[in-house]
Design a protein around this ligand. Structure first.
Ligand code: ADP
Ligand code: MG
Length: 271
């Protein structure tokens, strides 16, 4: 079911008291291969946490475990200010990959309509839904793409369309798995601007897997560095100066360049 890709709705929908997601002693294994274990993290409402780490570190698996798509050990709790469990919030999810048949005639509007209802696309009175779809797309600067074929979208455009899908209904927890390739720097900057505005406007908890340390420095409130577990976590400054960071990323010349640049543009995330 397509809708399932972008939303996971729990029993306590729209739980107003939800303020914190707690991951306690989390672990995931595939057969005898342990992806990570003993992961303990807290994510607060209104905060953007960037998850970084090398390929294969377990970043996507962590998001999929939070979604309940892969089995895990340990506990996941959505709690209010008094540490009381609030049930399950609405979770929006933008996956890292979407397998698309680029030659298919499916448009952005078709995709939305398939997600809005389980009924076959051709049974829809399209006009009834068009305004709602346009409104959703406008939120991510993509309303001009409504009649575009999915296969004709750039990586950045597709990413924004998937984000728009994940935002209807507005989730409590937004999980974003950034594509490793196919999104150019302008597209990435626009995506981060939109996500930053959302965090400010809605009281969203955002977990974002990112491959761009410059964007992380500019936009994240907290950073989690993963390598089959938590290698480091804290403020951008704390994690970026951690010896683990140097070990995992330090030899990359463009990272050194970003680390000097990210103090120049805009408000630093750790101020
Ligand atoms: P990342 O997103 O950090 O690049 P992943 O979470 O996708 O890493 O994968 C972490 C490790 O788990 C990798 O070694 C990957 O091959 C393995 N893995 C992921 N999904 C599965 C699966 N469904 N079955 C077996 N191994 C998997
Ligand atoms: Mg991944």
């Amino acid at each position: 079911m397509l809708r399932h890709i972008f939303h996971h709705r729990g029993a306590a929908e729209g739980c107003a008291q939800f303020c914190c997601t707690k991951i306690e002693d989390f672990g995931v294994s595939f057969g005898t291969f342990e992806v990570f274990s003993h992961v303990n993290l807290h994510f607060h409402c209104g905060e953007l946490t960037a998850i970084i780490g090398p390929n294969g570190a377990g970043k996507s698996t962590l998001l999929r475990a939070i979604l309940g798509e892969v089995g895990h050990t340990g506990r996941l709790r959505f709690v209010d200010a008094d540490d009381r469990h609030t049930g399950h919030p609405i979770i929006g999810y933008v996956p890292q990959y979407l397998r698309l048949d680029v030659s298919a005639p499916t448009t952005v509007q078709d995709l939305f309509m398939a997600c809005i209802s389980a009924r076959p696309v051709w049974l829809f009175p399209a006009r009834r839904y068009r305004d709602r779809i346009l409104e959703n797309l406008a939120r991510v600067c993509a309303d001009h793409l409504i009649d575009r074929r999915l296969g004709a979208l750039s990586g950045g455009e597709l990413q924004r369309v998937l984000l728009a899908l994940a935002l209807d209904p507005m989730p409590n927890l937004l999980l974003l798995d950034e594509p490793v390739s196919g999104v150019d720097q302008n597209g990435l900057a626009l995506f981060y601007d939109i996500v930053g505005q959302l965090r400010a406007k809605e009281d969203l908890t955002i977990l974002l897997i990112s491959h761009d340390l410059g964007m992380v420095a500019r936009h994240a409130d907290k950073v989690v560095l993963m390598e089959h577990g938590i290698a480091a976590s804290g403020s951008v400054m704390e994690v970026f100066t951690d010896p683990q960071m140097e070990r995992l990323f330090g030899i990359l010349p463009d990272v050194r360049h970003l680390q000097t640049n990210d103090r120049e543009g805009g408000e630093p995330a750790w101020s």
